[in-house]
Design a protein around this ligand. Structure first.
Ligand code: FAD
Length: 482
């Protein structure tokens, strides 16, 4: 960023310009209002200067143009369910909420695509197209509350992304307001548009390349048959080996999730689904497709489970039982509140063959730091979610939580894994980037950022760790962690 004008005059002028561009009721400055936007669902807190609620692309354009004129950083925000501090505003940034841009614009059932506004909630889209026999495949566990704009920015995944692919496989085009206020369309309805795939570059850019204001999504046909299988094991190792073996057989189930014992106990106390609370681990596997293939795959997966010592194999008998099992999986993070009031959810990926080894190390790390950990994760793609649970009122607890978290990230990367499977880098993992990327890689990423945002005002200080065009990276002092 260039030198800023004086802060005092900037704030007053900026706010009156924003009010003139939108409407006084859609530009919030009262501390009681803007305090709600100081963080996302992570443990990292910042400070919003003002929160704007545009209704249209033109209004987003106006807000961003005013920010550009004042060289004022802005942060796009969907529902704030992000877990890496991506939507956390720093130093009084302008928060641009897409909450009021949540319409389904059009659906084309023949070509199985839809145009939507970015603030549309993930599950709302599927609800709107269910009567057409279609759905939006990416299904983060937060799908009842997260926006598709947030899914695009984080390239989010979900239990059913194993076979169908994460968000980037389901986005055809994004209309984007760049940091200078101009509007571009990246991609198009044609799945193979000419030129560079800038749509692909934008997806996963965590709000640093601009704000998407319209999205063209690919819709998928609902499956004729679905089978949901729950099997449990007396060791995590047996569960992990079953996962590898299913994939080694050449099958890619729709979903392949694992929950460990502490998680099973917490979820069962919450939903009473008859989960095996004395098991060391349980796998929730789903296969979908044509009826005969689903029957064959269910049988083969059951055989593999038995070969690795599965104690029980439960196949959901109807839609209600299937929904209950999935409710258990998708509400696991909420269920842990019965054990401790706070959690820190980690997100790393390890090679599937190292699942057991890394999980055992995660248990040892938690033990060393005298912390409780439970695991509920996308086992099929090696995407770990160790959940450290604690009561933040306990003295010294946050230091232990952070120390354990850092060790979890390091062992995952050392095992040949990566920093994040789906929650993004944001602020949380920014300073770990050099564990994976050398100076040339980081420089290439910074150059890409400059190409999209030469002003350096679109969600600055996120993702890239070292001096880039934005000046020195924002200090992640202890006071930012809550
Ligand atoms: C209980 C729980 C379960 C979760 N489960 C999963 C899971 O299974 N899989 C998964 O991948 N994630 C999961 N998440 C993380 C989170 O829900 C996803 O990252 C989600 O995509 C964030 O969407 P959001 O609307 O809340 O975005 P926000 O948190 O508001 O923002 C996330 C990022 O997107 C940017 N952004 C938002 N809107 C736009 C826009 N229109 N244009 C440009 N940038 C934008 C923000 O600046 C920020 O960097 C979970 C979170 C919780 C709390």
């Amino acid at each position: 960023m260039r030198d800023k004008p004086q802060v005092q005059s900037l704030n007053t002028q900026l706010i009156s310009r924003l009010r003139a561009a939108l409407d006084v009721h859609r530009v919030h400055t009262a501390s009681a209002d803007i305090d709600l936007y100081k963080r996302d669902a992570s443990n990292i807190e910042g400070r919003a200067g003002v929160v704007c609620f545009p209704l249209t692309t033109a209004e987003v354009q106006s807000v961003v143009s005013i920010c550009a004129e004042f060289q004022q950083p802005f942060v796009a925000r969907g529902s704030g369910t992000g877990l890496s501090g991506g939507a956390t505003p720093l130093d009084g940034a302008v928060v641009i909420s897409t909450a009021k841009m949540n319409r389904l614009i059009s659906v084309d059932p023949v070509h199985r695509l839809a145009w939507i506004e970015p603030g549309m909630l993930n599950l709302d889209l599927t609800r709107e197209v269910t009567h057409l026999g279609l759905h939006f495949a990416p299904d983060p566990s937060s799908q009842q509350s997260c926006t598709i704009g947030g899914n695009v920015a984080n390239n989010s995944g979900g239990p059913h992304c194993l076979a169908d692919g994460v968000t980037s496989s389901h986005i055809l085009a994004c209309e984007v307001v760049l940091s200078d206020g101009s509007v571009v369309m990246l991609g198009g309805e044609d799945p193979e548009p000419d030129g560079l795939d800038l749509r692909g570059a934008f997806i996963g850019s965590e709000g640093m390349f601009g704000i998407t204001t319209k999205i063209c999504v690919r819709l998928m046909q609902n499956y004729q048959a679905v089978s949901t299988i729950l099997m449990d094991f007396t060791s995590v190792q047996a569960g992990a080996e079953t996962v590898s073996s299913i994939i080694a057989w050449g099958m890619v189930p729709a979903a392949l999730e694992m929950m460990d014992q502490l998680c099973l106990e917490a979820v069962e106390a919450y939903i009473q689904a008859g989960l095996p609370t004395d098991a060391a681990a349980a796998l929730l596997v789903e296969v979908s497709g044509l009826p005969h293939a689903v029957t064959d795959d269910t049988e083969r997966i059951s055989e593999i489970g038995r070969a690795y010592g599965a104690r029980t194999i439960r196949i959901a008998q109807d839609e209600a039982e299937r929904a209950l099992l999935w409710k258990g999986r998708k509400t696991a993070f909420g269920a842990i509140a019965r054990i401790k009031p706070n959690y820190y959810l980690h997100d790393t990926v390890v090679p599937r063959r190292k699942l057991n080894e890394v999980l055992q190390e995660v248990y040892r790390i938690a033990q060393r730091h005298d912390l409780l950990v439970l695991n509920v994760f996308h086992a099929g793609d090696g995407n770990l979610h160790p959940l450290l649970i604690f009561d933040k009122r306990d003295p010294g607890i946050m230091e232990r939580v952070h120390a354990a978290g850092e060790e979890i990230v390091r062992v995952s990367v050392e095992a040949g894994g990566v920093l994040s499977g789906e929650h993004g880098i944001g602020l949380e993992k920014r300073d770990f980037m050099p564990l994976m990327f050398g100076p040339h890689d980081l420089h290439a990423q910074a150059s890409m950022r400059v190409a999209f945002d030469p002003l350096g005002i679109a969600n600055p200080f996120k993702v890239l760790p070292s001096p880039s065009q934005c000046g020195d990276a924002h200090d992640m002092g202890e006071d930012m962690w809550v």
